[in-house]
Design a protein around this ligand. Structure first.
Ligand SMILES: Cc1cc2nc3c(=O)[nH]c(=O)nc-3n(C[C@H](O)[C@H](O)[C@H](O)COP(=O)(O)OP(=O)(O)OC[C@H]3O[C@@H](n4cnc5c(N)ncnc54)[C@H](O)[C@@H]3O)c2cc1C
Length: 410
């Protein structure tokens, strides 16, 4: 009824929504929407990329799915009025912005997380951070979603709109593969439940849909038992082809004998850059990386590191040393150029948090971050190394250069 009122009586007043200045009708419309407004509009015009800045007319803080539905319903009936959901603003090209439109701050959305019936999944609001999901599921139920991102300060709705990839992906697929069902507000303002069997077109459009097919207000995420500990290891390669073929071998092992996590990165054979030089390799602060110990003087200017993890509860009972040794024995990394640590599962998944804290302290977290993600076929990856890492990026990018194998079947 409220929306009908807006449709028919206030069409002329909606114009203020597309002007950042506002007018005396602002309050009436906001009041009719019943959605609280954020005082920090500047936040909605920023993202992690720091390259694009678009100002909305309004930055709203929905607390329920109905609030989201009212905003989308209004926009659907107002020519030229756009709406963007904003997770934590960690995209890099203005994707969560709406010039002259409405930005929805998904962080304020409820209700709180709860275990789904049956206990094998968790219901989370679309604006929950992955760090919050991890903390809640492990602390309350010793369970956790199987597939993660490296950095957990991202929202569930934001990564499900993109993909959500990390080193678990070769086993479980990206985060979009591990969703049981979702509540979505469609672009016409309707609330719909969707899953692989209910409204499946909507389900598969929204997953990886770049926020263009609706707003995820709730996601039901699959859970697995959470391990207590992680054997975390980094091993260094001087030669790309060996690195790539070992990485591919690792992700094609049967699950029972494989690592739980496989990632990798290229780094510069010098100490100058804290984000992509020697210092990026040791796991624990304080361990030194001295290439003179294991590399010849003519080693290439770009080197490679595989990052691996084995999950376990009990070191002896789970035979973690033997299982790891069996896998490492087959790899051809530079012996002695390796680092390892045994850390708690939550600490392992939260490993980027200290990096963020350091970058914030250095003032580099808020600087512009141009960013490129590419999927490259196995047949082209050696050429990519030769032409991009060894030529274009010879001097580094003053940031991480992640490179790791995924399986098409996942
Ligand atoms: C430091 C850092 C590390 C990262 N690491 C990884 C990584 O390891 N793996 C990985 O896959 N990605 C990673 N990313 C990229 C990340 O997936 C994207 O930044 C993504 O945009 C998620 O960020 P966000 O939750 O802040 O969403 P936003 O950037 O706010 O939004 C991203 C897109 O999703 C839409 N959206 C947001 N919420 C919803 C919702 N509830 N419903 C529908 N659409 C919505 C927005 O409109 C926008 O189009 C990283 C990003 C950063 C900055």
């Amino acid at each position: 009824m409220l929306i009908a009122y807006l449709d028919h009586q206030r069409q002329d007043q909606l114009q203020w929504l597309v002007s950042a200045g506002g007018s005396s009708s602002d309050e009436a419309i906001l009041c009719a929407l019943g959605v609280e407004e954020s005082g920090d509009v500047a936040l909605s015009a920023r993202d992690f990329g720091g390259v694009v800045s678009l100002w909305p007319a309004r930055f709203l803080r929905p607390s329920t799915a109905d609030d989201v539905a009212r905003a989308l319903h209004l926009a659907a009936r107002s020519a030229g009025l756009t709406v963007a959901a904003r997770g934590n603003g960690h995209c890099v090209g203005g994707q969560a912005m709406a010039a002259g439109g409405i930005v929805l701050d998904m962080r304020t959305l409820g209700p709180p997380m709860s275990l789904a019936p049956g206990g094998a999944a968790v219901d989370v609001p679309g604006g929950a951070l992955w760090s919050e999901v991890l903390e809640w599921t492990v602390r309350n139920h010793r369970m956790a979603p199987p597939s993660w991102t490296d950095y957990l300060g991202l929202t569930v709705g934001g990564t499900l709109s993109n993909g959500g990839v990390s080193g678990q992906c070769f086993r479980y697929g990206p985060q979009v593969n591990n969703v049981v069902e979702m509540d979505v507000v469609t672009t016409d303002g309707d609330r719909r439940l969707c899953s692989a069997s209910i409204n499946s077109d909507l389900f598969f459009a929204v997953l990886g849909g770049l926020g263009q097919f609706g707003v995820i207000t709730r996601a039901r995420l699959a859970l697995l038992p959470a391990p207590k500990m992680v054997r975390w290891r980094r091993v260094v390669y001087a030669d790309f082809e060996t690195f790539a073929s070992d990485a591919e071998w690792l992700v094609t092992q049967p699950d029972a004998s494989a690592f739980n996590y496989v990632e990798g990165f290229a780094f510069l054979n010098d100490a100058s850059d804290p984000a992509s030089g020697w210092n990026s390799v040791p796991i624990l602060p304080g361990s030194a990386f001295d290439p003179a110990d294991f590399l010849t003087a003519d080693a290439a200017s770009v080197l490679y590191c595989l990052e691996l993890a084995l999950y376990y509860d009990d070191r002896a009972a789970d035979r973690v040393d033997e299982r790891e040794e069996e896998l490492l024995r087959r790899l051809r990394y530079v012996r002695a150029a390796e680092f390892s640590a045994d850390v708690g599962y939550v600490a392992f998944l939260s490993r980027v948090a200290p990096v963020e804290a350091e970058a914030r302290a250095r003032g580099t977290w808020a600087t512009p971050h141009p960013w490129l993600n590419l999927f490259i076929s196995a047949g082209d990856i050696v050429d990519f190394d030769r032409n991009v890492f060894k030529r274009v990026l010879l001097g580094g990018i003053v940031g991480p250069m992640l490179v790791y194998p995924l399986r098409r079947s996942r």
